[in-house]
Design a binder for this molecule. Sequence first.
Ligand code: 13P
Length: 251
Amino acid sequence: MTKRTPIIAGNWKMHNTLAESATLVEALKKADNKNNAEIIVAPSYTSLAEVARLAKGSAIKVAAQDVHWEDKGAFTSAVSPVQAKDAGATHTILGHSERRSVFGDTDEILNKKVAAALRHGLTIIFCVGETLQQREANETISVIEGQLENGLKGFTAEQLKGLIIAYEPVWAIGTGKTATPDQAQEVHAAIRKFLAGKYSQEFADATRILYGGSVKDTNVDEIMAQPDVDGALVGGQALIAEKFARIINFN
Ligand code: 13P
């Protein structure tokens, strides 16, 4: 089986001024990285170019938090994959639950965004996750399979090579409630099984699946110990250099 390089990603959401972003990335550049993890940060668009400039030559890669499905046009406030790439992004998050629930990104919209990101060679961090209501109704796996099926529709394993998936249970985001390591493992294993069935075992074995939702310096070790958890997508604690550095250096 493929050995998967761990990924520790920080989603800065709508936080940080330019100066705060610069301070944070400079601190992270000095952090140890004993696991040789891939480190990714996703600043606000206003900080994207500056963070990418400061991260250049370091192990830190930069992601957009979202991109539009068109390359350019009359889409006030949106940012295209061309612009994100031009600003220095190598990755983009797509389908974050806040995009889905607050901004109305549907599976169909996300499918167009996936096409746009692939067209411009941005590595996609594709987020999936169930609400508490869906979990309680035992719909977790079917909801996530639907998000993957529809969001990635029409693309082959070859086209999706390098795809990163982030499992973020909606009820665990920003709530302080983390999925137990067993709950995370169960869903990650189901995602990998889905990928094996839909694409190939090789593709499933190579795809990194991150867990997100109240990941902290105090719980990252037990989450990362799960065989199908290949990394973390961190929100709140990604804004605090010492906490994020500890998460990068999970045991
Ligand atoms: P928190 O770590 O703040 O729960 O956020 C998780 C998240 O949404 C990362 O994308």
